[in-house]
Design a protein around this ligand. Structure first.
Ligand SMILES: [Zn+2]
Length: 352
């Protein structure tokens, strides 16, 4: 039997990356290009299709059959209809865009969509820090706060294909407005922009001399990483910023723990690189506020993500598993059909 490859594509607001997954589970020939998200959807999709075809060609040259491609999208999607419903940071033309069907037609490779944070969670669960856990929460900390759930070993997408939105749990109903339209979501307190905004307030008031030195006075260089550096060097205001982020995440994790029961939490994305600055207040919050399953807290694992390209990896593994599931369903259907034909040809075949 021919070797099987699947393609993973991680679509971001700035760049997109595409690679193919070989039989050993390694990503090959990663290609990263600019998204130029100000362009209309049709122009961006044409670039995605051509990058997928280039990548598929490389896999075929190595003797592989390409069985599908998965597209990780930073958007609310309908994974079953293959629609992009609401992309946050893209120009016009994406509302209810049939991305899966368009790419399937353009590339002649079956294509599936997956939300980017779900893709991260799926990759870490299959190949990374979440491997071996049956009940897992994935959290991505970056421009937004994304999430994903693995329940009973399977990616859980819920009734509408949208389950896992960790960052849009309400943390403070009187808090600031969130990008989703609600108020006081965890994302408002724990995203990269939230960290930068809090640090900028301290800078303007002259309370963070170490941070000012790190960014050499330039607000353009203010980033979650710079705030983490200042905190690690002992700047109390910056430590407190990460403490607040950790508290919001800790409450969110505690809620999920009470509702679903978890073995592990994997946290990734740029902001997660702050390490213990973040992980310590998360644990303190859990110890303070989690009562329902308190006796199980000591068995909970909270781990930093492991993979280099979880978005691409998750999308590729998702496509491979979707292909396998469809093959299995088709075989089951064929077996049932042939059984019915045998029975109608010989009605006594099944009598005892
Ligand atoms: Zn929200």
């Amino acid at each position: 039997m021919a070797k099987r490859a699947s393609i993973g594509l991680d679509l971001g607001g700035t760049n997109f990356s595409v690679a193919w997954l070989d039989e050993s589970g390694a990503l090959r020939d990663t290609l990263t290009l600019e998204t130029q998200s100000h362009r209309p959807a049709s122009a961006i999709v044409a670039d995605l299709a051509s990058a997928i075809q280039t990548t598929a060609q490389k896999a075929r040259q190595e003797g592989y059959t390409v069985v599908g491609s998965g597209i990780g999208v930073p958007a609310v999607i309908d994974p079953w209809a293959g629609l992009v419903l609401l992309p946050p940071n893209f120009a016009e033309g994406w509302h209810h865009y049939p991305l899966a069907a368009t790419l399937t037609q353009a590339t002649q490779i079956p294509t599936w969509l997956i939300n980017d944070a779900r893709s991260f969670t799926f990759a870490e669960s299959r190949m990374g820090a979440g491997k071996g856990y049956r009940h897992l929460l994935g959290i991505t900390l970056g421009t937004g706060v994304g999430g994903g759930l693995i329940l009973n070993g399977q990616l859980y997408l819920g009734r509408w294909g949208t389950a896992g939105e960790f960052g849009h749990q309400v943390y403070d109903p009187h808090g600031p407005r969130c990008g989703c339209g609600g108020f006081g979501c965890i994302e408002v307190f724990a995203s990269g922009p939230a960290i930068v905004a809090a640090a900028a307030r301290h800078l303007r008031q002259g309370r963070t001399p170490l941070l000012r030195e790190i960014i050499q006075g330039s607000l353009d260089d203010l980033s979650p990483k710079a705030v983490a550096q200042a905190a690690q060097a002992g700047e109390e205001e910056c430590i407190e910023i990460y403490r607040r982020v950790g508290r919001a995440l800790g409450i969110g994790i505690s809620n999920v723990l009470s509702v679903l029961g978890l073995e592990a939490v994997v946290i990734g994305g740029g902001v997660a690189q702050a390490g213990n600055l973040l992980f310590e207040p998360i644990w303190q919050t859990l110890e303070q506020h989690q009562y329902m399953v308190r006796e199980h807290l000591s068995t909970l694992q909270i781990k930093p993500a492991q993979l280099n390209e979880p978005g691409v990896m998750g999308a590729a593994v998702y496509a491979a598993e979707q292909y396998a599931a469809e093959q299995y369903a088709a075989e089951q259907y064929a077996a049932e059909q042939s059984q019915q034909i045998i029975q109608s040809a010989n009605p006594r075949a099944n009598t005892v």
